[in-house]
Design a protein around this ligand. Structure first.
Ligand SMILES: O=C(O)CCC(=O)C(=O)O
Length: 267
């Protein structure tokens, strides 16, 4: 369960870091599973995993990575963060109690790669909002990023403006369009999130975030799962395959399909 300090720091900063959340054996399995998809070309599919690069400089993006094998399924309700997710965005204790993963993807970022700053409290978007009211968290979307290799200076780390989920004003850097904004390195107030392989970072999507420019050789590998309330819909329209839903434990299935479609008999 989240501690009082976790809750305080999540409220204050908008993110938490869990060190050594994923053990070395699991990490090796995740990387091996990812290796099997690295040859996918743009817009190609395999086993319901889709290579769909989202922004020209971001890197290779493998959408619906949850379908890339059992090691990725184990992340759905990982004990290092699942109770935090239930409390922060699972509407725990209400009639819509429950989680839903609306997007899962892996990003492989090579030299020259980056993601411009986006989001922030000033947008006031309900889907990604930070909200704590009457003793409970009711965030719209909380992300979980697992570092699949070490992420340090020059590696194209995620950058965040701590506390910006509370901000009513846009950072002046938002005056430039997303495509013109460049990497986040020069954004005043933004900090790089350096992680060791196996560390996990939880952050509310309504915080201003993006990434630094990768200047080092090699690649940065992360998996990102976005959690929200049980009533959500997948962000980009990916449908979880019947094979995946069938083989999951009931607890995991409920997070990918909290509301089972109800059809008239013989339909
Ligand atoms: O790739 C990154 O480091 C940032 C990811 C991100 O911006 C997001 O999950 O919305």
């Amino acid at each position: 369960m989240p501690t009082e300090l976790d809750n305080y720091l999540f409220d204050l900063r908008g993110y938490l870091i869990f060190e050594n959340a994923v053990d070395a054996a699991h990490l090796a399995e995740l990387n091996a599973a990812l290796d099997r998809y690295q040859d996918l070309g743009p817009q190609q599919w395999r086993n319901n995993v889709h290579r769909a690069d989202n922004f020209y400089a971001n890197g290779t993006e493998l959408q619906n990575i949850i379908e890339a094998g059992e090691p990725f399924e184990r992340l759905i309700d990982h004990p290092a963060w699942i109770d935090h997710m239930r409390e922060y965005c699972g509407e725990a204790g209400t009639f819509v109690d429950g989680l839903f993963i609306d997007e899962s993807f892996a990003t492989i970022r090579a030299t020259g790669g980056f993601l411009p700053m986006h989001s922030g409290g000033h947008e006031a978007i309900v889907r990604t909002q930070y909200r704590h009211t009457r003793g409970r968290f009711h965030c719209g979307q909380v992300n979980l990023l697992v570092a699949l290799n070490d992420i340090g200076p020059g590696d194209g780390a995620t950058m965040i403006i701590p506390g910006s989920h509370h901000s009513s004003l846009p950072h002046p850097a938002f005056a430039h369009s997303f495509m013109e904004r460049g990497a986040m390195d020069a954004v005043e107030g933004a900090v790089e999130m350096h992680l060791k392989a196996g560390d996990a970072m939880l952050f509310v999507d309504g915080i201003a975030h993006g990434s630094a420019l990768r200047t080092n050789p090699g690649e940065r590998r992360v998996a990102i799962y976005r959690y929200g309330g049980s009533w959500g819909a997948t962000r980009r329209g990916y449908a979880y395959s019947d094979a995946l839903l069938r083989r999951l434990t009931p607890e995991r299935r409920k997070i990918l399909q909290p509301i089972v479609p109800l059809r008239a008999p013989n339909d």
